[in-house]
Design a protein around this ligand. Structure first.
Ligand code: BGC
Length: 528
């Protein structure tokens, strides 16, 4: 296997990169079975190059029974047949590099699948076996061990423990099909360093680390101490999240990453109680970036956004890590729907995000302005939290519907077969084909914004934003190179002086006059 390193060499490329998340099931279907796959991804890489992103993060495509859409990995070194083969993965990496795109793959170290060889061996070899030491097997409480060993709850609902026929219980912070590894065990540590090397040797440019805050559990697995059900990926202080021991793991991983040329990176999905705790994952000998969920969770409110922006930048400064920004991903309601203001607000939010210093993460389909699909029938849902939770909160199928590429009806060019989740009947106008060339479309707005980020590197540069005076509810800030971003976060138009020449607008408007009206839910980029 010859790793491909012909992507443009650049030091610290990731510091202001725009990274596009591909959710393989739902991006493009190359073999017509209704499920997206690696061949589909490969065929659409030129689209991503033309969109103007720097890197592509691929959600898991590894061998998996798909109890949690691939976040239950049975074999970290092989590809699930539904997505293709290892040569297909190599072809995606090679082709991406040829197009000057970097590839980040998902690494799932907190847990594996219950079909992983180690777990199956642990089940077969029984209590007291060395195979069980690689997981968290315990005797239960109660007279006959019929109660779980502690009160931990799964993030998907219900107890975090499942009892096996011989009477022991095993820990799973997510679905019962996702047993947690015991990261105190040297074999687990060695295995993941080896998995890192396997993918680095294949040429990947980095890893997105799933549940990076969860690997180490508090000694003795103490009760979490309250009976309230956890919300998915909450950021409470908990005995199974954000334990100090995780940092030793990331130091050892950084040493592996640094053995390789070409600035290979790792980005943490780390939910911690504070941004300062998140920054600890980004010390110079640990990981490179972390998702900024504080920003993602900030509502459409000028003061709250300004606070989130400043505090995010402040928190990362001591460790000299770039701040990241994200509005949508495969676990949350799409921002067009979540922010409550429709497409205008979503587009304004995007231009605001792309003018901030640091790196930005996009989720497939947001460049088409896709809304959350909120009316999926129960019988098609696949999110494991749907089956374990009584409420509708945290359901994640609505943002995972296959994206529309072309044509008038489903599957809208997704592939030659159907789609694993049904697409809405009114998505024809949202397809890539329908939006291409239409200057008012969301796709062309993203293309224009990403092109400007390349010609005006000041947009992603630096570690601060310089706030400018602005009417109540309007955010205005200057970026290096004399670029100004103004955003009306209110529901009413605002009047303000034009700071210069208009470069880009999140919606069409006439800004030729000196003193102009900035409509509600609108963001503008200016050159002074
Ligand atoms: C992923 C989810 C997944 C969970 C368990 C995450 O945070 O983003 O999609 O269900 O980890 O692996």
């Amino acid at each position: 296997m010859t790793p491909q390193h012909n992507v443009t060499p650049a030091t610290d490329w990731w510091r202001d990169a725009v990274i596009y998340q591909v959710y393989p099931r739902s991006f493009a279907d190359g073999n017509g079975d209704g499920m997206g796959d690696l061949a589909g991804i490969r065929s659409r890489l030129p689209y991503l190059r033309d969109l103007g992103v720097d890197a592509v993060w691929l959600s898991p495509f590894y061998a998996s029974p798909q109890a949690d859409a691939g976040y239950d990995v049975a074999d970290y070194r092989s590809i699930d047949p539904m997505f293709g083969t290892l040569p297909d993965a190599e072809a995606v990496i090679r082709e991406a590099h040829r197009l000057d795109l970097r590839i980040i793959v998902d690494l799932v170290p907190n847990h594996c699948s219950d079909q992983h060889e180690w777990f199956r061996r642990g089940l077969a070899e029984g209590p007291g076996s060395t195979a069980r030491e690689r997981f968290h097997f315990r005797k239960g409480r109660g007279e006959n061990g019929e109660e779980p060993p502690n009160d931990w709850e799964s993030l998907f609902g219900g107890p975090a423990w499942t009892r096996v026929p011989d009477g022991e219980w095993y820990l799973h912070l997510f679905a019962p099909e996702q047993p947690d590894f015991n990261w105190e065990h040297p074999a687990v540590q060695d295995e993941f360093r080896s998995i890192l090397r396997f993918w680095l040797d294949l040429g990947v440019d980095g890893f997105r680390v799933d549940v990076a805050h969860g690997l180490v559990k508090a000694p003795g697995l103490p009760d979490m101490g309250h009976g309230e059900q956890l919300k998915l990926l909450g950021n409470q202080v908990l005995p199974f999240f954000d334990q100090d021991g995780v940092h030793d793991i990331y130091r050892s991983w950084r040493a592996v990453l640094d053995e390789y040329s070409g600035d290979r990176i790792a980005v943490a999905e780390a939910w911690t109680p504070t941004a300062e705790r998140t920054a600890l994952y980004l010390r110079s000998d640990e990981l490179h970036q972390a998702f900024n969920f504080h920003y993602l969770n900030t509502g459409w409110d000028a003061a709250a956004l300004r606070e989130a922006i400043d505090s995010s930048l402040d928190a990362m400064r001591p460790v000299a890590a770039p701040t990241t920004w994200v509005l949508s991903n495969h676990d949350v309601v799409r921002h067009r729907t979540r922010l409550g203001g429709g497409l205008d607000r979503a587009r304004a939010a995007t231009l605001l995000m792309l003018a901030l210093p640091g790196s930005a993460y996009l989720y497939q389909g947001e460049e088409l302005g896709l809304p959350e699909v909120t009316d999926l029938p129960d019988e098609v849902r696949q999110d494991p939290s749907f089956f374990r939770d009584t409420g509708q909160d945290g359901l994640r199928d609505g943002c995972r519907v296959p994206i529309p590429w072309s044509g008038q009806q489903a599957p809208y060019g997704f592939g030659d077969g159907g789609t694993w989740l049904p697409q809405p009947a009114d998505w024809a106008g949202l397809s890539v084909q329908a939006q291409t060339g239409d200057p008012g479309s969301t796709l062309e707005l993203y293309r224009a914004a990403l092109a400007l980020r390349r010609t005006h590197p000041g947009l992603g540069a630096g570690e601060t934003v310089e706030w400018l005076a602005a009417p109540e509810g309007v955010l205005a800030f200057r970026r290096p190179g004399g670029l100004v971003c103004t955003v009306n976060v209110t529901e009413a138009p605002a009047r303000l002086p034009a700071p210069g020449r208009l470069l880009l607008s999140s919606r069409q408007l006439d800004a030729s006059q000196d003193d102009f009206v900035l409509p509600a839910d609108t963001a503008l980029w200016w050159e002074e």
